[in-house]
Write a protein of this length. Structure first.
Length: 276
């Protein structure tokens, strides 16, 4: 389907022209991931707009935004241009290493294992150690790497249509970039790893994922339908709490938190189906 020899031997501009000519509907998930990885390795940014639906395109735009902002901040904080060239070089090699490792290992490692392994690569390569030589008022080496890592993981998981991991990665990127401009609250390497493994508090994350995907009305109508069916089957009316617990245990294919189901069902019983 795709010309691997062309991908391996082409320059950035040639790849971009080739990618834009592809019919996204005929590409497999692995094809899409392969093309995105190839573009990242050649220093490119967002691509394959013709290979993603509306929701995926939105997530891709958000995933790349933090990379671009970080790139600008690295240059902005270097008033004397003392190490910008070195930093941009390290920026590229960090992205290359992440892309290559992800493509070779995504089928055998889950997201948390992938993050652990990629942190090990960063500790070995010390991609942004130059920031310790002339301290930047905004950024720390581990924080820079965490922003890039989370941003790229978001892109790659979108290409694999794994939106749960894509959204989680983008939320991580947003958190780390927010921390980068707080100056006095920069997280340590250990705090970063703990934060990733906690997934920004599971309850908040799952609730946000439901809202992010624009499914509030759909979820509430679904829960109301299950509510009516449950009470019909039992021949009696049950409390919101009892029905929500039953849905949580028996009809929860998206692993939504119990509190979120309960809140949606409560509003659905009041005929409130949107947040507007």
């Amino acid at each position: 389907m795709i010309d691997m020899e062309l991908i391996k031997n082409s320059r950035f501009h040639e790849l971009n022209v080739y990618f834009e000519a592809l019919d996204g509907d005929n590409l497999t998930k692995q094809d899409r991931l392969m093309l995105q990885v190839a573009m990242v390795q050649r220093g490119g940014g967002l691509l394959l707009s013709n290979c993603a639906d509306r929701d995926q395109s939105t997530l891709l735009e958000k995933a790349t935004r933090f990379q671009l902002e970080l790139h600008s901040d690295l240059q902005y904080g270097d008033d004397e241009a003392a190490y910008s060239e070195i930093l941009m070089d390290k920026f590229h090699y960090a992205k290359y290493a992440i892309a290559e490792y992800f493509f070779n290992n995504y089928t055998v490692l889950d997201r948390h294992e992938m993050i652990d392994k990629l942190f090990e690569i960063n500790r070995k390569e010390r991609f942004f150690e130059v920031l310790h030589e002339k301290p930047n008022s905004y950024l720390q080496p581990d924080l820079c790497y965490s922003i890039i890592l989370s941003s790229l993981l978001g892109q790659f998981y979108v290409m694999l249509e794994d939106l749960d991991n894509a959204v989680s990665s983008i939320m991580n990127a947003a958190y780390f970039y927010g921390a980068s401009i707080e100056r006095n609250t920069l997280p340590s390497d250990e705090r970063i790893k703990k934060f990733i493994h906690d997934d920004i508090n599971k309850r908040t994350q799952k609730a946000n994922e439901v809202r992010w995907q624009g499914h509030v009305e759909q979820q509430r109508r679904k829960y109301l339908e299950l509510d009516k069916q449950r009470q019909k089957d039992l021949g009696k009316k049950q409390s919101i709490k009892d029905v929500a617990m039953w849905i949580y245990n028996n009809r929860n294919e998206f692993e939504v938190e119990y509190e979120t189901i309960r809140d949606h069902l409560s509003k659905a019983r009041k005929d409130i189906f949107t947040n507007a």
